[in-house]
Design a protein around this ligand. Structure first.
Ligand SMILES: NC(=O)C1=CN([C@@H]2O[C@H](COP(=O)(O)OP(=O)(O)OC[C@H]3O[C@@H](n4cnc5c(N)ncnc54)[C@H](OP(=O)(O)O)[C@@H]3O)[C@@H](O)[C@H]2O)C=CC1
Ligand SMILES: O=C(O)C1=N[C@H](C(=O)O)C[C@H](O)C1
Length: 251
């Protein structure tokens, strides 16, 4: 057997999954041993001897897939969205029962998006107002994006730590949705537009000034270095890692 890292891709026919298949095939230190679409038997992952699985399916499929992977001691790199506290607790339970197995969940694999989240978290304590606008292709099934949700959660935590008061907002009447979704007190607005891929703006406002942090993923290739890094590193990180930043030296 070769000493290459044996990798499976779940969601292999999807927009990001098909790109991940090509990236794994092109990586000199990896061997693609299974590429699963909807309806394919998960046993192909174990039959192929996968050490790591890249999970890029749908929020409706990801839990069943992870239960199988973790139960079989296969490390997982997960880009699929839809994470709630309840789902994370369930996943932690499976990991507790499978010591040594690692799962990385990355709301976004692109370095620019990871930095956007870090910069937003850093800036949040200095501004009275902050709102998040995410813009995606119209085929995206979930809103707001996993990245925007995570960004808003990080901002809210930074504001709470700095003991900032609630944001100023005199809105007394509004159409449903006009002020966006409320994620821990941070308004998040979702745009779906043909021609876009994945974009995000964090708008911060203070006395007489604003700061805008913007990131654009222009192609699915932007996510591939993060996926490959995750696949290489996840086996050395038992348990749950949430966020690619934990595998990067951001300092
Ligand atoms: N973290 C990150 O950096 C990124 C995350 N994403 C996320 O990844 C997910 C996929 O996005 P995207 O590729 O655009 O979506 P797609 O709908 O293009 O791809 C998902 C694919 O998964 C397939 N699928 C569903 N269930 C299973 C299953 N049980 N086993 C194998 N395959 C399955 C779907 O099949 P079918 O079409 O039959 O339903 C589809 O081909 C989303 O949650 C998205 O938000 C996307 C880009 C970057
Ligand atoms: O569905 C997508 O396309 C993307 N999904 C992820 C998210 O919801 O944050 C990551 C990126 O925004 C692309």
């Amino acid at each position: 057997m070769s000493d290459k890292l044996r990798v499976a891709v779940l969601g292999a026919k999807g927009r990001i999954g098909s790109e991940a298949v090509r990236a794994v095939e092109a990586a000199g230190d990896m061997e693609l041993v299974a590429a699963l679409g909807r309806g394919d038997a998960l046993s192909a992952v174990t039959d192929g001897g996968a050490q790591v699985a890249v999970e890029l399916t749908t929020p409706g499929s990801v839990m069943e897939n992870l239960e199988f992977l973790v139960g079989n001691g296969i490390h997982a790199v997960v880009g699929t969205t839809g994470w709630t506290d309840e789902r994370l607790a369930t996943l932690r339970g499976w990991l507790d029962a499978s010591p040594g197995t690692g799962v990385l969940i990355a709301p976004n694999f692109s370095i620019g998006a990871v930095l956007t989240m870090a910069f937003a978290q850093q800036a949040a304590r200095y501004f009275e107002s902050v709102e998040v606008v995410e813009l995606h292709h119209p085929n995206k099934a979930d809103a707001p994006s996993g990245t925007a949700t995570r960004t808003a959660q990080l901002i809210a935590a930074a504001r709470a730590e700095a003991q900032l008061p609630a944001q100023p907002d005199a809105t007394a009447t509004a159409l449903d949705g006009a002020r966006g979704a409320d994620v821990d007190g941070v308004p998040v607005h979702a745009v779906r537009l043909r021609g876009l891929l994945a974009h995000q703006e964090v708008l911060l406002g203070g006395e007489g000034e604003t700061l805008t942090i913007r990131h654009d993923s222009l192609h699915h290739s932007s996510f591939m270095p993060g996926i490959l890094l995750g696949a290489r590193r996840v086996g050395s990180a038992p348990g749950l890692t949430f966020g690619l930043e934990h595998f990067l030296d951001l300092n």
